[in-house]
Design a protein around this ligand. Structure first.
Ligand code: NDP
Ligand code: 2IT
Length: 451
């Protein structure tokens, strides 16, 4: 990073010294933007504004559990940037949620949403509520209490939340119901809704499918493909499940999945039947991934070490790695293990799952590396398609949505690839995605007087 960018970065740290995840996300983007500012010095002012959230909302979420005991959680919505469209981004319910994590996610979302080519600004929100082990009734009362405050800050043309870790179809349903009751109107204010009340076909699949479409494009630049490739996937939630499905569709062999308790290694490969079993385990029975190893022969289960909690999975010998669980789940050492096993490509399904040391290790060793803000953009892109369908009061077929999703992912790949070349960093998708995502937002901010 040069001295100009370093001064922007130092001011970000000075303002919020205790936000390491946010600093990490900002540092990577500022690093990428050095050649842009050299070519367009006028954009330095934009950079100084783009690292500051437009608005941060924090609120109390009180709720009663099934025993009548009272709990208080903290709710947030970070409205980071609205230069190119309404704030758009998911809600995360996880005990680790704090302002640093949500600011990093909202910041990344600004560039990701820009890359989709759709008119969406960037936002993120959530709560330190832990849905694990809670009954449906408890989750419903929590969601209703959360929305009793959030509803006044969002709207179909203002801010459109969706799912993320711990927030899936069940939670979106409860949140939508309470929004509708309070606002007294039926609008497309959330995405990831159920099919019967305005949800889009393919939205549940979109992040995982999009990830694999992107990775396929990236592999093709080196005349490689998923056909016959062994694939390590982490996580076993929404993104991991549908990444697994699309890898199978393209002839690859997924051999791992995980949750926060541990990971499974199935050398024979996770086929459609096993994946259906896992989807039922995770989405209906809400069980642990260990049960997969208990149920199927020849599967090995390894419990997590406390920190880093996925340690071990990345030592499995694979051709392609798709981290789909959470931030900083592949550190420098784990990246080196993948490199030692001659991994061809790593594509981020999660947001920022690779530490800066891991990214550096992949790039230094010629591994194809796709940053999440490009490779996991299929989820929010399809949310954008859900917003369009809601505005039109129409719904498109599965094929129509999937074709649009695929076209968007191919285009994001092309844009990131060509932008990296243009700025003299061929094959560097991190730089390409950051620069391409930035330029559209920067132009809009400048045209609008950087309000
Ligand atoms: P889910 O809640 O559906 O699944 C998350 C999975 O990751 C679970 O298997 C969970 O295990 C595991 N996990 C979560 N936190 C940790 C942790 N701290 N350590 C180890 N394992 C963990 O979430 P999603 O699949 O929706 O999201 C996964 C990632 O993808 C996140 O980074 C999210 O931001 C990103 N993403 C999601 C999109 C979407 O459309 N849903 C779009 C783009 C990115 P356990 O159940 O034990 O907690
Ligand atoms: O990180 C993400 O892009 C998401 N969680 C999806 C956001 C959305 O609005 O669909």
């Amino acid at each position: 990073m040069d001295s100009t960018m370093k001064s922007v970065y130092d001011s970000v740290i000075a303002r919020d010294p205790n936000q390491p995840e946010f600093h990490q996300a900002v540092e990577e983007v500022l690093d990428s933007l050095v050649p842009v500012i050299q070519a367009h010095p006028e954009y330095l002012q934009v950079v100084r504004a783009i690292v500051e959230a437009e608005r941060i909302i924090q609120f109390r979420v009180p709720w009663y559990d099934d025993n009548g005991d009272f709990h208080v959680n903290r709710g947030f919505r970070i409205q980071f940037n609205s230069a190119i469209g309404p704030y758009k981004g998911g809600l995360r319910f996880h005990p680790s949620v704090n302002q640093s994590i949500l600011k990093f996610l909202a910041f990344e979302q600004v560039f990701k949403n820009s890359l989709t080519g759709l008119p969406m600004g960037g936002g993120k929100g959530g709560s330190d509520f832990d849905p694990k082990g809670k009954s449906d009734g408890e989750v419903m009362r929590f969601c209703q209490s959360f929305m009793m405050e959030l509803w006044r800050h969002i709207g179909a043309d203002l801010d459109v939340p969706a799912g993320d870790i711990g927030v899936g179809g069940r939670e979106i349903g409860y949140l939508f119901g309470m929004y509708k009751k309070l606002a007294n109107e039926f609008t497309g204010v959330l995405t990831g809704k159920g099919r019967s009340y305005g949800g889009s076909l393919i939205r549940p699949q979109a992040t995982g499918y999009g990830l694999v479409y992107f990775a396929r494009e990236m592999l093709a630049t080196k005349d490689k493909s998923f056909e016959g490739a062994t694939v390590a996937i982490s996580g076993s939630g929404n993104v991991a499940q549908f990444a697994c499905e699309k890898v199978i569709d393209l002839g690859g062999k997924p051999v791992t999945l995980s949750d926060s308790s541990g990971f499974i290694h199935d050398p024979a490969g996770i086929d459609r039947e096993k994946l259906a079993w896992i989807m039922d385990l995770k989405n209906n029975r809400r069980g642990r991934i260990k049960e997969f190893a208990d149920h199927f022969d020849g599967v090995e289960y390894t419990a997590s070490k406390p920190e880093p909690n996925l340690n071990g999975l990345w030592g499995v010998n694979v051709d392609i790695a798709l981290p789909c669980a959470t931030q900083n789940e592949i550190n420098g050492e784990e990246a080196q293990m993948l490199v030692d096993n001659e991994v061809t490509a790593v594509a981020e399904g999660a947001n920022m799952p690779c530490t800066p040391e891991a990214v550096e290790c992949f790039q230094a060793n010629g591994v194809l590396f796709a940053p999440g803000k490009a490779s996991n953009a299929g989820g929010v892109a399809t949310s954008g398609l859900e917003m369009s369908q809601n505005s039109l009061r129409m719904s498109w077929t599965r094929e129509e949505v999937d074709q649009k999703l695929e076209a968007i992912m191919v285009n994001i790949h092309k844009n990131a690839f060509e932008t990296a070349e243009k700025y003299g960093m061929p094959g560097n998708y991190v730089a390409g995605a950051n620069i391409a995502g930035f330029l559209k937002v920067a132009e809009a901010m400048q045209a609008q007087g950087m309000v």
